[in-house]
Design a protein around this ligand. Structure first.
Ligand SMILES: *Cc1c(COP(=O)(O)O)cnc(C)c1O
Length: 408
């Protein structure tokens, strides 16, 4: 490692020695005493990297899979500090930072799938991931079958084809929050040599993908890692040198890159991630339970609540929850009435994304696509809630006033 690379703790030791999550988020990826004594690594911006001789420039090519600085697109110290932190959060060996969460979802699909291949994607997948499967991947000769996110091993086995190279998973599913039996899916995929790629954005560190059979784990760092609704980034984490070569090679072919300024913001977000997540997990559950007790609400879709149909899977595989969940309102209300309720809230913003410090409410009825399963989720109008860092009592009062104003 070149000397100007920030070490991962003030004393220059990698902190992954059994310390708790909050401690590791505080001590990882720091500059220590190397940068004039400043705690944090600086933002290293750059395209050209200079070498003292042609021979040294030439010798670097053989080390392209290492964290060496060859050119801006290959990353610099700010990228590498964040990559190391994300790899550690997910329990993988290497992580790659890309410009958006969506880029993190799409790059592994492009990397592992060839013309004539087949992939299996859950019907509850993040919408834009469905878009590339039906768009660019299809155009390039890759066929996608959407499957019921609640499928069991036998069901997935029945959908596997000789050319199935990727099983994609996302647990819980976008907008509808179905939990998936990841270890069971992994067994089926691996029996045939297929890769299991998982979108772990909801899980963050509460789901450890590589102990559950996942080969490639992607996250939108835009969400809780950024944490302040001011940065877009994605991560792709793997746990073998072979997978790293495939992912890093594909990123280089396509030209993926993330701004070091954004990596710096994500590193800053990581310092408070543990405390934010803990507070937001508790607040999210409190608001979800309160909503569950209201007569206007048919059901709440929160995997950490006992009423969730796959709560047992969450309990088995996750160590916690984030503060994103869905609500199905009573079918006696129209989408227009629920839209008016959301419009009337004063503390909940209306908008995409989540994981920031501010609460959001997003009507989702028209965002849910199903091609393999029935739209059972739509007994009534649906709203996705993200609970931020406001006082829970204020959020509940805001919701209460809105619900009380709905027709009886
Ligand atoms: C937001 C999100 C993404 C994409 O992240 P962007 O940074 O907005 O591109 C991917 N997967 C899931 C589950 C998401 O919620």
């Amino acid at each position: 490692m070149p000397d100007d690379l920030p070490p991962n703790s003030p004393k220059g030791q990698h902190p992954n020695t059994g310390a708790h999550f909050a401690t590791r988020m505080s001590h990882g990826g720091r500059a220590g005493t190397r940068v004039h004594g400043f705690v944090n690594p600086p933002v290293h911006r750059g395209s050209t990297v200079l070498y003292p001789s042609c021979a040294e420039r030439g010798s670097i090519n053989a080390r392209s899979l290492e964290q060496v600085m060859t050119y801006g697109t290959a990353g610099g110290p700010t990228h590498f500090a964040l990559e190391n932190m994300i790899a550690e959060i997910e329990g993988g060996s290497r992580a790659l930072i890309v410009g958006t969460g969506l880029a993190a979802c799409t790059l592994p699909l492009m990397a592992y799938l060839n013309a004539g291949d087949h992939s299996l994607v859950p019907d509850s997948v993040y919408g834009p991931t469905r878009r590339i499967s039906d768009g660019m991947l299809k155009r390039m000769g890759v066929e996608t079958t959407y499957y019921d996110p609640q499928i069991d091993a036998a069901g997935l086995q029945a959908l596997m084809r000789p050319n199935t190279k990727v099983v994609y998973a996302e647990s819980p599913g976008s907008h509808t929050f179905e939990m998936q039996d990841i270890p069971a899916l992994a067994d089926v995929a691996h029996a045939q040599g297929a890769k299991l790629i998982m979108d772990n954005t909801w899980g963050i560190h509460h789901f450890q993908p590589f102990t559950k059979g996942v080969d490639v784990s992607v996250q939108a760092l835009t969400k809780y890692v950024g944490g302040h609704s001011d940065v877009l980034l994605g991560s792709i984490t793997v746990n073998t040198p072979e997978d790293w070569a495939i992912i890093a090679g594909a990123a280089r072919e396509v030209g993926h890159y993330a701004s070091p300024d954004d990596c710096w913001l994500a590193l800053r977000g990581l310092r408070t991630l543990a405390v934010r997540l803990k507070a937001q997990e508790a607040a999210g559950l409190a608001v979800a339970r309160w909503l569950d007790g209201r007569p206007e609400v048919l059901r709440v879709m929160h995997p950490a609540m006992g009423s969730h149909p796959q709560h047992a899977l969450w309990k088995r595989d996750f160590t916690g929850a984030c503060s994103l969940f869905g609500v199905v309102f009573d079918p006696r209300y129209t989408v227009r009435q629920i839209d008016a309720f959301v419009d009337g809230l004063s503390l909940f913003g209306i908008g995409a994304s989540w994981g920031g410090y501010e609460s959001l409410a997003l009507p989702t009825t028209n965002y849910i696509t199903r091609t393999a399963t029935r739209l059972d989720v739509l007994e009534g109008p649906t709203v996705r809630f993200h609970i931020g860092l406001e006082d829970t009592a204020d959020l509940v009062a805001d919701l209460e006033a809105g619900l009380d104003a709905l027709p009886r």
